[in-house]
Design a binder for this molecule. Structure first.
Ligand SMILES: Nc1ncnc2c1ncn2[C@@H]1O[C@H](COP(=O)(O)OP(=O)(O)OP(=O)(O)O)[C@@H](O)[C@H]1O
Ligand SMILES: [Mg+2]
Length: 347
């Protein structure tokens, strides 16, 4: 099935009186990789299940180009799905698992063989074709699930936290694998994750959700560098979130005071309470006079090239930063951060 775009128009879903998803508007171009990102319970799976046809909408519509599809049952949408729990058939070999959907569609033997071989080759499981799921590692099972989804050559592949059960190393490998498959097969992928790093590294565009509502839609660069609010910022690694008050503003430069310090940052607030967001890696120890803060190190974690330091301001408010200086607990330090790296939001 070819199409130009998949469009969600005000897609909403409630359970009783609770809105799990509120008015999601999103247009996904063919070939695009979109990640739905947010913490547990924010509505990611709900959105994906609405797309798949596993959950009826309570409002809104879903379109493939000019065809409205939200009334269609899942099998008529023909989307590939990969779930968190791989849901493989335990009594079937890898080959039979991957070929199952083709068999259901009455695809001929030779054609099935060719397509299954190709899918197994793509996920690098050719030599495991005769094994059963229980004889495979978690990552291999995951790849079977992916092969099973892509063998049908679906117009859209939906993945719900497909890597969450894997160990860190395998997760990194599979992440690349998924991106490679997406590119090689020219798939359109909608990928659900609560892991910002996964979303940033995989997706062409991110959709950040909070309590069922979209907070920001943008490229990884946009969402990472210009989060629209402190919620998105905290999700994007701005671990320092300080309560402060705006005391001056000129253009996009904002001065705030809070936690016993004064900082210059950027934002559009001109007065009132504010939330200040700073990434740990944007602080420089000893360096720069801009936004200089005196801190006392409390907990120092070793991260190979860098240390991750949890420190406190004189006011007792915690500050997190990274450094390659060999600091020890109890050490005092002066840390600075460029004003353009200090984001000032409404609280
Ligand atoms: N079948 C259901 N009945 C009632 N409430 C539900 C149902 N499914 C989901 N919800 C609620 O809808 C909200 C969104 O759930 P959803 O499963 O979409 O979250 P999620 O973002 O996928 O979370 P997680 O990261 O934990 O998987 C939650 O508050 C959840 O409790
Ligand atoms: Mg979920």
């Amino acid at each position: 099935m070819t199409f130009g775009q998949l469009r969600l128009d005000g897609v909403s879903r409630s359970f009783g009186t609770a809105n799990a998803l509120r008015g999601l508007d999103l247009t996904i171009a063919r070939g695009e990789f979109v990640a739905l990102l947010g913490p547990s319970g924010c509505g990611k799976s709900t959105a994906l299940n609405c797309l798949a046809g596993l959950l009826p909408l309570t409002a809104g519509s879903i379109w493939l180009d000019d065809a409205r599809i939200d009334g269609r049952p899942p099998e008529q949408r023909g989307f590939g799905m990969v779930f968190q729990n791989y849901a493989l058939f335990p009594h079937m070999s890898v080959r039979a698992n991957v070929g199952f959907g083709l068999k259901m569609r009455k695809v001929g033997r030779a054609e099935t063989r060719r397509r299954v071989d190709e899918a197994l080759r793509l996920v690098q499981l050719t030599e495991h074709a005769a094994k059963f799921p229980a004889q495979l590692s978690g990552g291999q099972q995951q790849r079977v699930a992916i092969a099973r989804a892509v063998v049908l050559e679906p117009p859209v592949v939906l993945m719900d936290e497909p890597l969450s059960n894997l160990d860190a190393k395998l997760r990194l490998e599979m992440r690349m694998e998924i991106r490679r498959l997406h590119q090689t097969l020219g798939l359109t992928t909608v990928y659900v994750t609560h892991d910002q790093e996964e979303a940033l590294s995989l997706a062409d565009r991110l959709v950040v959700l909070r309590e069922g509502a979209v907070q920001q839609i943008g490229t990884p660069e946009e969402v990472y560098a210009q989060p629209v609010n402190s919620y998105v910022a905290s999700f994007m690694g701005y671990r320092n979130l300080l309560d402060a008050t705006v005391t001056g503003a000129a253009g996009s430069s904002v001065t705030v005071e809070g936690a016993g310090v004064r900082l210059t940052g950027r934002g559009s607030l001109t007065e009132g309470p504010a939330k200040v967001a700073i990434r740990p890696e944007d602080f420089v120890v000893g360096g720069g006079t801009e936004n200089a803060l005196d801190v006392t190190a409390e907990i120092v974690e070793y991260h190979g090239r860098e240390l991750s330091v949890s420190a406190r301001l004189a006011s007792g408010v915690p500050v997190y930063f990274r450094t390659d200086e060999r600091l020890a607990p109890g050490d005092t330090a002066k840390i600075g951060v460029p004003a353009e790296r200090v984001l000032v939001f409404e609280p």
